[in-house]
Design a protein around this ligand. Sequence first.
Ligand code: ADP
Ligand code: ADP
Ligand code: MG
Length: 674
Amino acid sequence: MQNKNLSSLSELANGLSSILIANRGEIASRVTRTCKKMGIRSIAVFSEADRNAPFVQEADVAVFIGESSPAASYLDQDKIIEVAKKTGADAIHPGYGFLSENVEFAKRCEAENIVFIGPNPEAIDAMGSKSKAKTLMQEHDVPVVPGYQGDDQSIKTLSKAAEKIGFPVLLKATAGGGGKGMRIVNKKKDLSSAIEAAKREAINAFGDDELIIEKYIASGRHIEFQIFGDKHGNAIHILERECTIQRRYQKIIEESPSPVLDDALRQKMGQAAVKAAKALKYDNAGTVEFIFDDKTKDFYFLEVNTRLQVEHPVTEEITGLDLVQMQIESAQGLPLAIQQEDIQGNGYAIECRLYAEDAFNDFLPVTGTVQRFEIPEVEGLRVETAVQSGSTISVFYDPMIAKLIVWDKSRQAAHRKMQYVLNHLVCLGTTTNQDFLSLVLNNEGFQQGNYDTHFIDKHIDLDGISAVAPENINFACIAATLTDWSLRNNLRHLLRSIPSGWRSNFYDFQKETYLHKEEETVVQYRYNNALNKQHGFMFEIAEQAYNIRLIKTNKELIRLEIDGIQHTFNIVKSGQDYFMQNAQTGSLHIEQKERFPAKATEVIKGGYEAPMPSQIVKILVKPGQKVKSGEGLIVLSSMKMENTIEASEDGIVEEIYTEAGANVEAGFLLLKII
Ligand code: ADP
Ligand code: ADP
Ligand code: MG
C-alpha cells in the first residue's frame, strides 16, 4: 500500500470529491470501491438492462441514462456529461472499453472543466492508430515488429511490403482493437485477396480501411508492462503481465510474473516500456503490450492501451498497490508516490476470466440467468464480478461474468489454488467457461509455463467428452435423478408412506437418459430401502453399479453417499438442463433427454437462423437479389461480437424476416434463399 504523507492528504482534501463512473459491470464496482475507500462520492450511470445490477446499488448516486444498447447509454457523451454536471461530479472515470480511449470525449471533459481520469488526450490520440503508434515508438528507439505502416495503401505497395517482410505476415486494421480486424497470410498467392478482405472488414468494423503489415511472430508470447505517469514528468513501469493464453487474439488467463522473464530481461523490457511512456508524456495508468519471440528472446512493441486494463488486479495482487487510487491521484495532479526502485513484486498472481460462453461450441457467447453465484472462501482469492445470484447476462454487453484472481507465494501454489477455486465456485444457471478454464489449468504445458499464443488451439481438446472423467458424468446423472426423485417424493402428500418410484414389483428398475455435450448416459435405478429414514438406491450406469444413500436435499443442493463416500452437489435446474457444481466434478452441465421428445423443429430449406440471441446490425442483401456462396447476408451483433451470416450456396434471396436494429432470439429465421 502507498504511504500517504500529510501533504498529499491535504491536496486530496481539496481535490476530487465526487467521481462519475462512465461504465458498467465489474469495473464500475471496482472504481466505486476505491472511491469509498478514499472518501469520494461515487456516481453510477446505468442503462435499462442494468437497472438491477450490483454496480448500480453500490454507488452513492445512480442515474438512469437510457436504453440498453451502448450507443444510447454508455457511449452517449452528451448524456454522460449532462449527468456529470447535474450531479456535481468533479471527474469522470471511464473504466475500460466504451469511452475510455475516446480522444473526443477526453477533450470534452477537459472543456467542461471535468477531470478525465486517464492520460492526456494527446497520448490517447497518438496511440489510437496502430500506424502512428509504431512510427512514434520507432522514433524513440522502442523495438517494433518489422513491418510496413505507411500512407500509401495501394494493393501494389502493400503487396510489395509484405513480400519484403517475408511470410507469414499479419495484416492489421490501423484503427483496430479488441483482437478484431487481424488476418494471417502464409503465402504470397493469398495476399491480394486477404488485403482486400481485411480492408473490407476494417471499414465495416472501424469505419477506416487503412492497414498495417507486420511480420507474424509464429511462436510468440504476449507480455505487457503496466506503466504509470504523473503530470510532473515522472514515469515508471509496474512490472509485467503474461497474457499469452488467448483465443481469437483475446486474453483469457493472465498472470504475473511471467514464467519466462529473468531479471535482466524484465529490466530491459521495463525500460522499453518506460521509454514508451516518456515518449507520450504519459500521465496516468496505461499498458505497453509486447510480443515476445520465444525462439530468439526478442521483444517488439505492439501497442499502448491508454486506460486501466481488464487484468490490472494481477499487478495489484503482487505489488499491493491500488491502481485506481493511483489513477485518481495522478488525475488530480499529485506526483507519483512511488519510484521505480520501490516497485517490488511479491509472490504470484493469476487471473481467469469467467465468461458466459460455450467453449465447446466455438466459444459462442450465451445469454441467460446466473441463478446462483457463490464464491468459495479461499485465502488469497479476489473476485471482481458484475453479477450476483439472479443476475441476467444480456445480449447488449460482453459476456464476462467475473474475474477470478488468486495470489500465492509460488506459481505452483497459485495455480493449485486457482484449480481449487474453479472446482468450488458456484456459478449456475447458464453455460460458462468454468470447466474449460479448469482444462487449461490442468494442462501440463500450461503449468510449466511452456506455451505460445496458439496454446489453446494446439493443446486443449475441445471435443471435451474425453476431458471429463466418465465417473464424474455418472455422478452428475445420479445427482440429477435423485433431485427429481426427491421433488416427486415430496409431492406425494397422499401416499406419504410409499416412497416415489415404488412399483408393484419392488425390484423394477426405472430409467432416465441424460446428455453431456451430446454424449448419452443411460441411468437405471431402483429404490432399495430406507435406513434411519434415509432413502437408499441402487444405480446402474453402463455396467457400473452404485450403492446410494440420500443424506439430505433441499432446493439448492443434494448430499449423497455414493459407495460409502459423501458428496454435495449444488444444483440449478432450468427446464431439462441441470447445472451443477461439486468439489470432485467441478462445474458440469447435463441435459435430461425427454422421454417423448417434441417433434424436432422443421428445418426450413434455404432458411438462415440466428445462431444466438442478437441484434441485427445491417442487412446486406435485398429480396430478389442473386447471391453467391460465401457472400455476406446479414451482420449480427451479440455481446461485443459481430458475426456475418454468409450464404452457404448460390441462390436468390426470397424473403427477409427481420430488419436492422431488431433483437432476435437464437433460432429466429432471418431470411430464406431459394
Ligand atoms: P484488455 O486489453 O484490457 O485485457 P481486452 O483485450 O479483453 O481488454 O478487451 C478488448 C477491448 O474490449 C478493449 O478495448 C477493452 O477496453 C474492451 N472491453 C473488454 N471488456 C469490456 C467490457 N466488459 N465492457 C466494455 N468493453 C470491454
Ligand atoms: P488489439 O488492438 O486488437 O489488442 P494487438 O496488436 O494488441 O491488437 O494484438 C492482439 C494480439 O494479436 C496479441 O496479443 C498477439 O496475440 C497477436 N499479435 C499481434 N501482433 C502479432 C504479430 N506481429 N505476430 C504474432 N502475433 C501477433
Ligand atoms: Mg492489444
